[in-house]
Write a protein that binds this ligand. Structure first.
Ligand code: GLP
Length: 240
């Protein structure tokens, strides 16, 4: 979906997420909603909250699942992804949030545990995704296996620099390791909704959507999925 502005993208992403959640609720039982951190989905989360306040949808039976988490931040750290998503999205909706335990003494085991939790709770009805400037999704950096499962990864210098803005512009404060759902894990969601806005994402969007399916651009894994909605503004679409 190509749209003029980020605000338009937020509305369309919210439409897509609410429609998939509502359809899953109609099937009965708990619904797993996959959420992404990062700035890209924020307008969509605002819109989901506004429509929830307006009574246009309910979050009954919905549980939120995170894509990824930093390793080594203490539980409750304001930049841990669990805290970010609570603040930006789920507290207002009243959703329980599940994610990898980045503060665990054994992060490798925490990754295995989160994968098992997803397998037990899934499939995720709809997964919101952003994309990094280098094509990463979740924290699957370039070179990530297309068959990967939830595991510990090391961030690239570029991603740490990109995220330093959340840590007082101090790249040394950005954790080096993360736990992320793997590309095969992400692909198990029933519906993937990727949102990207701004010129800085144009190359990554073009590689993900029109390039070869390759570990060099983790976002290209979307091409292997039967139900994907890509929502981009004109700037992010400029290299398509
Ligand atoms: C972060 C997150 C991703 C996110 C991406 C883009 O590092 N781990 O889930 O999609 O980078 O972030 P932004 O939307 O702020 O550009």
């Amino acid at each position: 979906v190509l749209l003029p502005t980020p605000e338009d993208c937020g509305r369309v992403v919210a439409d897509a997420v609410i429609a998939s959640v509502t359809a899953a609720q109609a099937g009965g039982g708990p619904v797993a909603l996959g959420l992404a951190t990062g700035s890209s989905p924020l307008l969509a989360y605002r819109e989901m909250q506004a429509r929830h306040r307006a009574g246009e949808w309910t979050a009954d039976g919905v549980r939120a699942f995170l894509l990824d988490e930093y390793v080594g931040l203490p539980a409750g750290h304001p930049e841990s992804y669990r805290e970010v998503i609570r603040r930006e999205c789920t507290d207002e909706l009243g959703l329980e949030v599940h994610g990898p335990d980045g503060s665990a003494a054994d992060p490798v085991q925490a990754a295995v545990d989160y994968e098992a939790q997803l397998q037990a709770a899934g499939p995720v009805a709809v997964q919101v995704l952003g994309i990094g400037g280098n094509g990463h999704v979740g924290f699957n950096e370039p070179g990530s296996s297309l068959a990967s499962r939830t595991r510990v990864k090391t961030l690239t210098e570029r991603t740490r620099l990109d995220n330093a803005r959340f840590f007082g512009d101090d790249v040394e404060a950005v954790p080096r390791h993360v736990i992320t759902q793997g590309l095969a894990t992400i692909r198990e969601a029933r519906h993937l909704v990727l949102v990207a806005t701004g010129e800085a994402k144009a190359a990554a969007v073009a590689d993900a959507v029109e390039g070869p399916v390759s570990a060099s651009c983790p976002g290209s894994v979307l091409q292997l999925h039967p139900h994907v909605t890509v929502v981009v503004d004109d700037a992010a679409a400029s290299r398509l």
